[in-house]
Design a protein around this ligand. Structure first.
Ligand code: SF4
Ligand code: SF4
Length: 377
């Protein structure tokens, strides 16, 4: 922790005028009705904790129930930098982590560990299934590299996504090639570090960022990411190469698709994607334009995944998810572009015995462009 962290927390908290407008959009306040579970209550708690060596458990807990959805920050008229304030506070007083999260943080902390974890994952299949996390079916990529590429594109593989959603990554590679670009393989890339940042491990997150900067600079003309939750951690890499959200980037470069969607779709816009208004709007418009039936839009509140929130507070995460699951009656396919939300929603549907598929918008986009796909959901 930097020696000036308590001062930064005080200065950032002082920007809040305690108007309480943000409570109206806070999912945890809606869930409990408690001031300690509102953005204003959390700011007050973080300010109080800044001068404490051993803060009270109830203050810590109220802060750590936060989902990081940043709907408060988006609405705040005083422009309080809630995300930065949280980062400082967690660095000063790290949250208490369950064993699964501690394991995950260690398992993804370097490219070498990511590979080692991939080797043992098949052994964890029964445990994952018992927790309601059905693994996605691997889909072999049918590569079609362009003869004269327009440029070289690197794809960010993430950590959990590379194990749990290899299909989306394979589909994105295919789409990049269809857009006329070559895919640059960057084996030295690692996890973005968002999970570490949210756990108060800011030094580890910084090291991971620097390792990624080294891996990507000079390796490609563009860096695309498919998991919206990684976006804030990849933002600083923009001084090394252009970084873009994959769906937004691809639909501007692909030809018109071969097919129209005839099924009833629900489109979930994760909180992290809503922080990128241009990408969220592109996705929404594109899906609506290419569906024959009206699209059910899920763009309010938070599904409860909230980074590692679903591991730390599974019951609260399930309660926040329930309204979304209830809204899905009559839907044939659910789209969501953040791996944490996808796994959480998939688990909820699985536990309820519903076989509604949950797919990444990029996999859906591939199906629109390929009349005879190698595999479908
Ligand atoms: S964070 Fe912003 S909106 Fe919320 S109470 Fe403070 S000033 Fe008001
Ligand atoms: S980030 Fe989301 S959950 Fe956390 S205080 Fe703000 S609105 Fe509430």
């Amino acid at each position: 922790m930097a020696h000036d962290t308590p001062k930064s927390i005080q200065a950032l908290s002082d920007q809040c005028v305690r108007c309480g407008l943000c409570s109206a959009v806070c999912p945890t306040y809606a869930l409990t009705g408690l001031e300690t579970e509102s953005p204003r209550g959390r700011i007050t708690a973080m300010q109080a904790m800044a001068s404490e060596d051993r803060p009270d458990d109830s203050l810590l807990q109220g802060r750590d129930h936060c989902l990081g959805c940043l709907q408060c920050q988006q609405l705040c008229p005083s422009r309080v930098q809630f995300a930065t304030l949280m980062d400082h506070s967690r660095a000063q007083h790290p949250p208490r982590l369950p064993a699964t999260e501690r394991w995950l943080l260690r398992a993804v902390a370097s490219p070498l560990r990511l590979k080692a974890t991939a080797a043992v994952l098949p052994l964890l299949r029964p445990w994952l299934l018992s927790r309601g996390f059905p693994p996605s079916d691997p889909c072999p990529p049918r590569e079609q590299p362009p003869a004269r590429p327009r440029g070289k594109v690197a794809l960010f593989l993430g950590c959990v996504a590379r194990w749990a959603d290899s299909k989306t990554l394979a589909d994105t590679r295919w789409l990049i090639q269809q857009a006329g670009f070559a895919v640059a393989d960057i084996p030295a890339q690692g996890c973005c570090g968002a999970l570490h940042q949210h756990a108060g491990q800011t030094e580890t997150a910084r090291r991971m960022l620097e390792a990624n900067r080294k891996a990507f600079e000079n390796g490609a003309d563009w860096l695309l990411y498919s998991t919206s939750g990684c976006a804030p951690m990849l933002e600083p890499l923009k001084d090394a190469l252009p970084v873009a959200e994959a769906f937004h980037w691809l639909v501007q470069r692909l030809p018109a698709p071969a097919l129209q969607e005839s099924r009833r779709l629900a489109l979930h816009l994760p909180c992290s994607l809503r922080q990128q208004p241009e990408a969220a709007q592109t996705l929404r418009q594109y899906v609506e334009q290419h569906c024959q039936k009206p699209v059910l839009l899920l763009d309010n509140g938070c599904c409860g995944a909230g980074g590692a929130h679903l591991l730390r507070f599974p019951e609260r995460a399930a309660a926040l998810r329930q309204p979304l699951l209830d809204a899905l009656e009559g839907v044939d396919l659910l789209l969501s572009s953040n791996i944490g939300c996808t796994l959480h929603l998939r688990a909820g549907l699985y536990q309820q015995g519903r076989d509604l598929p949950v797919q990444h918008p990029l996999s859906w986009l591939r199906n629109l462009h390929e009349e005879n796909p190698t595999c479908t959901l």
